[in-house]
Design a protein around this ligand. Structure first.
Ligand code: ATP
Ligand code: GLY
Length: 491
């Protein structure tokens, strides 16, 4: 499938569509429809439950989007958070220079200096893909959106380009609130903004998107992970930096063999394993997932090692959906230096240290894209989303077979009971076959139909979206049936 097919489908069924379509859209910005907003809230809820509610080490925060400008000076974003851009001298179109070189010449120059990329463009006579014009010099372009805060010109600030910094600046307070535990993590999810040079590929590269991030702090002198035995044998499709340098492809390997000796190595392995598990738990096809170590040139300025979880799209190839970075002590040290406040933690023996941090950073939209890509099915009869019940927009739809003879009254009663526990949808209009198809399209796993037999023996039919099989269940047992089937559903 190509990404355009998925984008058209998502617009049609009310998942996501370009913002302000009536004014021609606005590149890099999308709105979520009635179906999409449910899916998105569900993904975020499952993430929060998995990492905050089910991990004793982790607490959550919700930081501000417009942030004190000094945060971004200390973090290095003012200085380093840029992409390389080149503009066509003839038609004025702007391109991300590294992506252009990769697409046209097949050379990976991510992270290389602007001058080096400029030389490659000149030497190979790369021209504007749109009009064939000559390309201008390769320059740096900072991706942060600036904004003025306050009247009369105000103070220049930025919309956060990552949620992470709000976690770092709040570290001293939250560490105290968490009673000085170590290791410990802070989680946050919410909007992030990047003035991407060429937003594209539907939800993949946006200018406004959401992240789900964890900063996991640990003492480099006490960095054993108590869950290591559970994850060390786990296998994934893996690709180390060395394998890439030798021109090799990904292959099944133990996660433990992906990560070299480094402080917090066991935690890094743990976070890679948890990340892959999370994707699979929301329905991302494990056969399309690989974990790739970033090459040293690709890494962000703060990173001492980064592993990307990537998803294989048929048309876009392998693309990052999550980055897991070892940020060392970079951020806490920088904020300590710039603010003059202490960012140290205390060991049981009273000695002090700046914690190191591992950061898994998921994009909400890229997670959903991978999920929908994995779930989309089309055959001669129907299009359906084989989506996990815990993230489906509705878990159940309830229909009376016909809208007369007392069937709607019974169906409504069942619907009302179900929706106290599960997201449910009621529909009594039109042909039953069409009602099923409509639910298949948006991924509703179970459809309950009240028919004439219900009046006789109080049973209803429950239809399974994937197999289209129906079974009869007593109406008083419906809620328990759904509970059981949601719990046991596997990708
Ligand atoms: P890319 O190389 O594709 O630009 P990145 O390396 O800049 O991605 P990170 O900075 O590691 O991405 O951001 C962490 C996560 O945030 C990514 O894995 C992705 O899921 C999400 N993300 C980053 N930029 C965007 C964007 N422009 N649109 C949607 N999601 C994004
Ligand atoms: N916090 C990691 C990133 O957004 O790049």
């Amino acid at each position: 499938m190509d990404i355009k097919t998925l984008a058209d489908f998502c617009a049609k069924v009310g998942i996501a569509f370009p913002t302000a379509e009536i004014y021609g859209g606005f590149s890099g910005f999308y709105d979520w429809g009635p179906v999409g907003v449910e899916i998105k809230n569900n993904v975020k809820r499952v993430w929060w439950r998995t990492f905050v509610h089910q991990m004793d080490e982790i607490v959550g925060i919700d930081g501000s989007i417009v942030t004190h400008p000094d945060v971004w000076k200390a973090s290095g974003h003012v200085e380093h958070f840029h992409d390389v851009v080149t503009r066509c001298k003839k038609c004025g179109r702007a391109y991300r220079a590294d992506k252009l070189v990769l697409e046209v010449l097949g050379i990976n120059v991510e992270g290389k200096p602007a001058e080096e990329i400029d030389t490659i463009i000149r030497k190979n006579n790369v021209r504007c893909p749109s009009c064939g014009g000559e390309l201008g010099p390769v320059e740096y372009f900072n991706l942060m959106f600036e904004t003025k805060v306050g009247p009369y010109g105000g103070v220049t600030s930025y919309l956060r380009p990552e949620t992470a910094q709000l976690i770092f600046v709040n570290f001293p307070r939250v560490y105290l609130l968490a009673r000085k535990r170590m290791p410990f993590g802070i989680a946050q999810m919410g909007k992030a903004y990047r003035n991407e040079i060429s937003p594209r590929n539907f939800l993949f590269r946006l200018r406004e998107f959401e992240q789900m991030e964890i900063e996991f702090f640990f003492d480099p002198k006490d960095d054993a992970c108590p869950y290591y035995n559970e994850v060390k044998g786990k296998k994934v499709l893996g690709l180390t930096a060395e394998m890439q340098e030798r021109g090799e492809k990904e292959r099944p390997m133990r996660i433990a063999d992906l990560v070299p000796e480094m402080p917090g190595r066991e935690w890094m392995i743990f976070w890679i394993a948890k990340s892959v598990d999370f994707f699979v738990s929301v329905g991302v096809d494990p056969k399309r997932i690989r974990v790739r170590e970033q090459l040293p040139d690709e890494r962000a300025h703060y990173s001492m090692g980064t592993w990307d979880v990537e998803f294989r799209f048929d048309d876009l190839g392998w693309q990052e959906i999550e980055g897991i970075a070892h940020r060392g002590t970079y951020d806490l040290s920088r904020h300590q230096e710039f603010s003059g406040k202490s960012f140290e933690a205390v060991r049981p023996d009273g000695s002090k240290f700046i914690p190191m941090v591992i950061e898994p950073s998921w994009g909400v939209e890229r997670t959903i894209l991978a999920m929908l890509y994995s779930a989309y099915r089309k055959d001669e009869k129907r299009t359906y989303l084989r989506i996990h019940p815990q993230v489906a927009p509705y878990v159940v739809a309830v229909f009376p077979l016909v809208s007369k003879d007392g069937l709607p009254e019974i169906a409504r009663e069942i619907y009302k009971e179900i929706r106290t526990e599960f997201r449910a949808f009621y529909d009594e209009k039109g042909n039953i076959g069409k009602r099923y198809r409509r639910q298949d399209e948006i991924g509703t796993p179970f459809c309950i139909t009240v028919d004439y037999q219900t009046r006789e023996d109080e049973t209803v039919t429950i239809r399974d979206r994937d197999t289209m099989q129906q079974e009869r269940v007593h109406k008083d047992e419906v809620v328990a049936w759904i509970r059981e089937h949601v719990k046991n559903w596997r990708v």
